[in-house]
Ligand binder design. Structure first.
Ligand code: ADP
Length: 469
């Protein structure tokens, strides 16, 4: 099976969010199952600077308006970069300090079509195009209209993965002709969304199969609450919509080999291992050396989505009684500022680290007792899975990927509301007192398989369903 992956970011090349982890790890895991995957990626400036050694394997050109825009195809292993300086040799993947790049429609409209052109140059046939989020959402539409009769790719199936429905890539409607598309696609059942051309909606309508990154989020996005205006489209395609949980990189996130830890541990010696890591974390952060305090922690982007505002009161109640809280998080200052005051009230029980710090993240995952992740919505979420692998029990809300992974090991509130979340923090705290039951939960949580191996098997099955449409 030949699969072409089109993504706007992928580790180790470039990353702004979870999509990069998926686009970096999933092709590898599929490769181990014998599925030939080639990843296409824009050759951004930051990629060029860090990976300058691609081999030129061809040229393509794509019409954008009256222009014909050319690009080199650069291959490095199983990755093909689209080298088009006009669109990609600049600061930032999607924008810079001044905001979003104003020509993101051209940049990603171009990218989607250049992946198709690139595949025609490099391969004799393609079975599946796998596209991700709005940035590559135009590809299914372009393939099924402009390339429908193409002998190399015309017959390929398309899978569209939604990592976050909130970002849709909606642009003025004159882009329909700018990208050479027929106006017949610009209908309410097609690519039109409130009189704009929607990249993501195009993907949702023209892909053979749609999936999201957890089964629960796949159901939630067919409701008005979570559907971001696209629930109608998703309901219409319900029979072709499913959810596959993301994996985590189980080598990077392995407490048995983790070089960031003062003491490494596994399922048989986590009691001693976690005690040492907790003491170290308390020492490093200037918190009271207190083994019996319950150490709550959070490693997160600080945004409305992640719901930290919902847990402040409940945490303060616990901290007033001697427990502790560590927050490693960057983001919205309005949401951080009450936490700064909280820290100032309890400087030896609350610690804030307002940066992105990979190494410290490992120490927090290992040293904490409970991981707080009260997301209002969560397409999949990695934090709770990493926490469990480190024997840190998650506390969250029963939504999206949290609903699919946290039970029965951690604690879930029914709703993203203060009272509901406070109740579940109280329940976790009571459970923490019953040492042997708490440790049994940890042992089970650490044994759950969150590897990409499991997800890759499900993606391969999804590709087969798409091919046999
Ligand atoms: P999202 O992709 O919505 O931000 P996820 O839970 O899917 O949330 O993934 C977040 C990832 O980013 C996790 O691996 C988490 O450890 C990491 N992360 C988030 N904030 C920080 C931070 N301030 N420092 C280090 N790592 C962080």
């Amino acid at each position: 099976m030949r699969v072409v992956f089109a993504a706007s970011e992928a580790v180790p090349f470039c990353k702004t969010g979870g999509l990069a982890d998926v686009a970096g790890s999933l092709p590898q895991a599929l490769g181990e199952r014998g599925v030939a995957v080639t990843l296409f990626l824009p050759y951004y400036r930051e990629v060029r600077e860090r990976f300058p050694d691609g081999e030129a394997v061809g040229m393509i050109s794509v019409p954008i308006g009256k222009q014909s825009v050319s690009a080199r195809l650069l291959r490095s292993g199983d990755t093909v970069f689209i080298d088009c300086p006009q669109y990609f040799d600049r600061v930032g993947l999607y924008g810079d300090e001044e905001g979003e790049h104003p020509d993101n429609d051209d940049r990603f409209g171009f990218f989607a079509r250049s992946v198709l052109e690139g595949a025609r140059v490099l391969f004799d046939s393609v079975d599946v195009f796998h596209v991700h989020d709005w940035q590559t959402g135009l590809l299914p539409l372009v393939l099924k209209t402009l390339y429908a009769e193409d002998p190399v790719i015309g017959n390929a199936a398309v899978v569209q993965t939604v990592h976050n429905l909130a970002f849709q890539g909606n642009f003025p409607k004159d882009r329909v002709s700018r990208f050479g598309l027929p106006w017949s696609v610009f209908t309410a059942e097609g690519a039109e969304f409130y009189d704009q051309l929607s990249f993501l909606k195009s993907g949702l309508v023209w892909a053979d199969r749609i999936n999201t990154v957890s089964p629960t989020y796949a159901r939630e996005i067919t409701t008005t609450n979570f559907g971001c205006g696209l629930d109608g489209v998703l309901i219409a395609r319900k029979g072709n919509l499913s959810g596959i949980l993301n994996g985590i990189d189980v080598d990077t996130w392995n407490p048995q080999t983790d070089e960031h830890l003062v003491r490494r541990y596994g399922r048989s010696d986590f009691v001693e291992g976690k005690a040492a890591c907790k003491a170290a974390l308390q020492r490093e952060t200037g918190l009271e050396a207190n083994a019996s305090a319950c150490l709550f922690a959070s490693v997160t982007r600080v945004s409305q989505q992640k719901g930290l505002d919902l847990v402040l009161d409940a945490l303060e109640k616990r901290v007033a009684k001697g427990d502790q809280f560590v927050l490693l998080g960057k983001g919205d200052v309005a949401l951080l500022s009450p936490y700064r005051k909280f820290r100032d009230r309890y400087p030896d029980r609350v610690h804030l680290h307002e940066t992105f710090d990979e190494s410290f993240a490992h120490q927090v995952y290992a040293g904490a007792d409970a991981f707080v992740m009260p997301s209002r919505f969560e397409p999949c979420g990695l934090g709770q899975m990493i926490a469990m692998r480190y024997g840190t029990l998650p506390i969250g809300v029963a939504t999206g990927g949290l609903a699919d992974t946290v039970r029965p090991h951690g604690f879930l509130a029914a709703r993203a509301e203060r009272r509901s979340v406070a109740g579940v923090i109280g329940a976790a705290r009571r459970a923490f007192e019953k040492k042997s039951a708490w440790q049994a939960r940890i042992r089970d949580a650490m044994g759950v398989d969150f590897s990409w191996k499991r997800s890759a098997k499900l993606y391969e099955a999804l590709y087969n369903t798409a091919i046999n449409r």
